[in-house]
Design a protein around this ligand. Sequence first.
Ligand code: A2P
Length: 331
Amino acid sequence: KKVKLAVCGATGMVGRTFLKVLEERNLPIEEIYFFSSARSAGSTITFNGKDYTVEELTETSFDRGIDIALFSAGGSTSEKFSPIAASKGCIVVDNSSAWRMDPTVPLVVPEVNSHDIAWNKGIIANPNCSTIQAVVALKPLHEKYKIKRIVYTTFQAVSGAGMKGYSDLEDGLKGEAPKKFPHPIANNVLPHIDVFLDNGYTKEEEKMIKETRKIMGDDSLKITATTVRVPVFNGHSESINVEFEKPYDLEELKEVLRNAPGVIVQDDPKNNVYPLPIYASGKDETFVGRIRRDDSVESGVNLWVVADNIRKGAATNAVQIAQELIKMWNK
Ligand code: A2P
């Protein structure tokens, strides 16, 4: 079966990468439609060598038998339009945070829980970028050694804040004031991503904690997080401290990671080899290095995990979900 596909938010940071990833992965597309707000409607998008006009997303946009819609148009747009699309028989793969914690919506990273795709009721949520790369690395370790506790510390690129975040770093390097972030991001780090909650955590930190439990299917996981915006254009880095229930052998743990789907181990510190955002940028895999024992607990490990937050953290993950759907339909 060939599919009719829609890209909603096609002119955004993630939307443009949807196009690249869709072209690279050569999905069986019968028709493709591109949607944005009224602001960019009428502009031209080139896909597989053909020009398309971007349309304004409206309540009738899905009245043409669209099978799958990839959404990256913000939370409120998704809240409004995803149920409309689903009611017309379209399956929405949504990159916003609007549906992620809804118990009727699967939250999916294909390498970790592709089985959850099957129980969708028309909307499938794509997790937060920082969470995706973390669980790609942690799932195989959880299966083998059972994770007790996770401490996340992130170093997140400005592309994760969309076009406006990206411009704030470009402009900031020229000495201009920020428009998106509350403080300059050039030559600075901001321990503040998304809004603050009453408990002192940010929403981004809460997302990492709750989404990790939902994707791994384990509410008993103890998790804490500090998420930080750094002056890097693209590619999120994370320090992940993990404590296991079971003892482990370090060489065996590295082998588990080497064999894990979607993971590339880059760990040769003597030769200065470890994952870096400038090299992970443009790639679909999650890179893991600095793998070392945490001797302050019985069975602990420290990891350095880097991925392209716009690709694996958003566009690639959503396109992988679409590919799984198509595989299911063609069985
Ligand atoms: P537009 O270009 O018309 O503003 P980013 O996260 O990089 O800022 O991108 C956001 C994407 O979501 C853009 O493609 C933007 O389109 C789109 N978008 C924003 N608001 C709406 C809306 N109300 N309806 C449809 N698309 C929207």
